[in-house]
Design a protein around this ligand. Structure first.
Ligand code: NA7
Length: 852
């Protein structure tokens, strides 16, 4: 084999590079692995600072691809030390003869794509030029220490140690005056051990971190027993879990349990000594500030109970950012260390470093001499090591230039303009939000299978399409925006490196979801990629995930329940089922007042509920019609949504019941809707509401009733309406629309359920009547301003879209929100699906606009 022309060049001989090398050899690909260090191990080669350990238990942080390793290698502790993990990497490399495939002390200085040869040319620090078909960055997420950004760093004449580049021979701090700058994981792990040696230790803290005790010891028996009993199931669970460690996700919201119970649950999690346990106590720690505060305050109470000096305890207590949105730490005696008389904490917010000097540090109003300075100031995470190499793709664009405003990748594995470039645990993949071993193995497997598929199919190049990449960016953003991560200054967000773009670098949708997506991309013939070779080009364009991640989770959860389809029930059973489902949902926000009453309908009394805001009135009023396919539901069945609209828009809502089918078929609901609207308009003043500002609103069949009521008000002399808010409305029962087929099944409202509703409500002949199908009205002009919200995965999407367009064409002022990734029901799920918040906010804003 020519060493200067290979199938694959791999950069980095950490766990990713090692496993990839093994797989490439197994499957007959020639390769070169280039590594800057003089041994394997990556992160565990460089980070040799005292106390360096893995925060993930040894039952989970180990390779699974070589089953023999489990018998050959016995971890001595629950959380392995850096030397032991390094020995493990060396053992694996020796066992599989991987050393022979690695060029050590070889740094990659550049990589250029050649469009003619369809190959990369990789240049090394040894002056070699290697050509390769595929180029894989296995450079790790935390391998590029952050450039020093403290004034005077180069002035200091004494020894300086950076945690991420620790001397191999170790450092003896005995008797020294030592400064440690930084209190992330590296600082928190090393400070207690440095304190054991130093005569005096000053810790400079910019932001206090949340840290949980490692409670190190033997590996956890429960996990070890499960592993031993059924390794395959254990590993499968890890691969489909949220973080790459099999943890049963909580289904308990933090505020759903009494404070004492919550505390007991958190105490139990604390005592587990596992990084992920505390945050997993409640289901909503990552998405709800109030839930998060329960956990945050628990940790602060622990700090207060450990640290004797209250002022120091307070300085060590994180405030102002949610637990988990900066990487939580695990420690052994970290907080206890601050009880030692020779250890001092300096808060850089009140005493900033003015300058490092020749002999020490000037901070606040002090100048202090030190014998050593330790920088535990972190990394240029996720992208630092990738863009450090000058990677030039097609048209001479470098990856650094392309990523100037944030990394753009497809699946965190590939990037448009950079054919045949792969990244292992790159930005846009779960990476640092996961057990790295699980994520590394998944990426290596995916890359290996892709290379095999390309070889088998005669393809030379693979590159994602712009549509797929943009779709992935949007999906990552959708996932990020339902969490609390984006408001925190963390290295996850690039906030620790001046000038770095502010985006959530890792994918936060979870390891299991991510794996399923990658598998789906592969199973659908590399969806979102263009593959080319001598035999031609195959462009399989598309977006792999558009559904909102929380909506998808609900659908998955519902699928596991195996519920009978509603259309298999009688109307009476369906009503009971609907009521039972409503009883278990969150109530929605508080409003000023709720009053129940009755009003005269078209053929008898109708119940209503008035929701009044807490502010002083008289308020404008929205007459609201509930969903339920004209068959079930009531004036209170959309309670959470009504409260949400009332509270957010600061308007009164009168939610009105109407007669239901099949007992009362078309046009009963329509006539009741209009009668109720007229009654509310006539009686608004006596209800303390503003009679001059009235709108209608409705969801689903209620959207149909609202749209029809607006047309009837126009045609029958009022009342004059300020607006109509139609959420995923039924507008046309006369014919099929494409979305009826596209979204026929799998999104709660199915095509067959919709047919069941129509069959109960209206004869086929009646469905062309505009009072049943408002889209079919011959004239839509003169209607009040409208907001129409349609959902991408709703069978009714196209008829809602058509109604919005038709009104617009008729000169009606229409705001049309196409809710990406939502279903017919998801936007109404108040306090359950964070992704529903933005569309509901837009709906509330529309109501406010209607009323000026
Ligand atoms: P981290 O977690 O980025 O921690 C770095 C620490 O250094 C953190 O406390 C920073 O404060 C602090 N820092 C950074 N720059 C400065 C300056 N200029 N002045 C003062 N303090 C500074 O890195 P680690 O190496 O500890 O851990 C990295 C990951 O490795 C860890 O999360 C695990 O995944 C393993 P800040 O919070 O930015 O205010």
């Amino acid at each position: 084999m020519s060493r200067s022309d290979v199938d694959v060049v791999v950069v980095g001989a950490g766990f990713a590079g090692l496993y990839l090398l093994h797989e490439l050899r197994e499957h007959g690909f020639t390769s070169r692995v280039l590594e800057t260090g003089d041994d394997v191990g990556g992160t565990w080669y460089w980070n040799r600072y005292p106390g360096a350990r893995c925060d993930i238990s040894t039952t989970d942080y180990q390779f699974t691809w070589d089953p023999e390793l489990h018998d050959e290698w016995t971890w001595s502790e629950k959380h392995a030390t850096q030397p032991e993990i390094l020995r493990y990497a060396q053992h694996v490399a020796r066992k599989h003869d991987l050393y022979s495939g690695i060029d050590f002390e070889t740094r990659v200085t550049g990589a250029v794509w050649n469009e003619d040869s369809k190959k990369w040319t990789v240049t090394t620090s040894k002056g070699e030029h290697i050509t390769c078909r595929h180029y894989v960055m296995a450079t790790g997420c935390l391998s590029m220490p952050k450039e020093p950004d403290i004034p005077g760093t180069d002035r200091y004449q004494g020894p300086v140690h950076v945690t991420g580049r620790w001397p191999h021979e170790g450092v003896d701090f005995t008797g020294q005056r030592v400064a440690v700058i930084g209190t992330g994981s590296s600082g928190i792990q090393s400070i207690p051990l440095i304190a054991e040696q130093a005569a005096e230790l000053v810790v400079f803290q910019r932001t206090p971190n949340f840290s949980v005790p490692a409670l190190n010891g033997p590996r956890p028996e429960d996990r070890a027993a499960r592993l031993k009993q059924d390794r395959a199931t254990y590993e499968a669970e890890a691969r489909l879990s949220t973080s790459g460690v099999p943890v049963v996700p909580s289904t308990t919201p933090a505020l759903a349990v009494a404070p004492d119970t919550a505390r007991e649950m958190m105490e139990a999690a604390w005592q587990r000594g596992e990084l992920l346990a505390l945050g997993a106590t409640f289901m909503d720690v990552g998405i709800s500030r109030t839930a998060n505060e329960v956990v945050s305050e628990f940790v602060r109470s622990k700090i207060r109970s450990i640290v004797k000096d209250p002022a120091t305890a307070e300085l060590l207590s994180p405030r102002g950012y949610p637990f988990g949105t900066k990487r939580p730490c695990m420690d052994t005696n970290y907080y206890e260390t601050f009880n030692l008389p020779h250890v001092r904490l300096v808060d850089l917010n009140s005493s900033p470093i003015r300058s490092i000097t020749e002999t020490g540090i000037d901070f606040g109003d002090e100048s202090k001499e030190f014998d050593s300075i330790v920088y535990a100031t972190g990394f240029d995470a996720m992208t630092g090591a990738i863009v450090a190499v000058d990677i030039q793709g097609r048209d001479g664009i470098t990856l650094k230039e392309k990523w100037e405003n944030g990394p753009l990748t497809y699946l965190g594995l590939t990037s448009v303009g950079f054919p045949n470039l792969f990244m292992i645990t790159g930005p846009g993949s779960p990476s640092v939000l996961s057990n790295m071993m699980v994520s590394i193995e998944q990426h290596v497997d995916w890359i290996r299978d892709t290379l095999i598929a390309m070889r088998d199919g005669g393809f030379e190049t693979i590159e994602p399409t712009p549509l797929a990449e943009e779709g992935w960016r949007a999906h990552c953003e959708d996932c990020a925006s339902i969490t609390l991560f984006q408001d925190t200054n963390s290295w996850y967000m690039g906030a620790n490196v001046p000038g770095k773009p502010r985006v959530l670098f890792p994918y936060i949708g979870g390891v299991g979801r991510y794996r399923r997506i990658c598998d789906e991309v592969m199973a659908r013939g590399h969806l979102g990629f263009e593959l080319s070779g001598a035999g031609g080009t195959r462009r399989n364009d598309g977006v792999v995930r558009e559904i909102q991640p929380d909506v998808e989770s609900v659908l998955e959860m519902m699928a596991t329940l195996g519920l009978p389809p509603i259309e298999a029930m009688s109307p009476v059973e369906a009503r009971a089922f609907s009521e039972a489902s409503s009883a278990v949902r969150p109530p929605g926000p508080a409003v000023g007042e709720m009053v129940d009453g009755t009003l005269p309908g078209a053929a008898g009394p109708l119940e209503y509920r008035l929701y009044r805001p807490a502010s002083s009135g008289p308020h404008p009023v929205v007459v609201y019609f509930h969903g339920g396919g004209w068959v079930f539901g009531s004036h209170v069945s959309d309670d959470p949504l009504c409260r949400d609209l009332c509270a957010q828009a600061d308007v009164a809502i009168v939610s009105v019941n109407y007669r239901h089918a099949p007992e009362d078929r078309f046009p009963a609901a329509a006539l009741d809707g209009y009668a109720a609207l007229r009654w509310v308009a006539a009686n608004a003043a006596s209800l303390g509401l503003d009679p001059t500002r009235i709108a209608v609103a409705g969801w689903s069949a209620g959207g149909n009733v609202a749209a029809v009521a607006a047309q009837m008000a126009r045609d029958n002399g009022g009342p004059e309406l300020c607006g109509q808010l139609l959420l995923t409305p039924v507008t046309d029962g006369s014919r099929q629309h494409q979305s009826h087929t596209d979204n026929a099944e799998g999104y709660i409202l199915t095509k067959s359920l919709m047919e069941w509703f129509w069959n109960h409500y209206a004869d086929p002949a009646d469905r062309s009547n505009p009072l049943a199908s408002p889209l079919l009205a011959t004239d839509l002009s003169g209607l009040p301003p409208a907001m129409v919200v349609t959902a991408q995965y709703d069978p009714l999407r196209d008829e809602g879209d058509a109604y919005a367009e038709a009104m617009r064409r008729a000169g009606v002022l229409v705001e049309h929100l196409r809710a990406k990734g939502h279903t017919h029901t998801s936007i109404t799920m108040v306090d359950m699906l964070p992704s529903g918040v933005p569309p509901r906010r837009a709906m509330a804003a529309a109501l406010r606009r209607f009323f000026g």
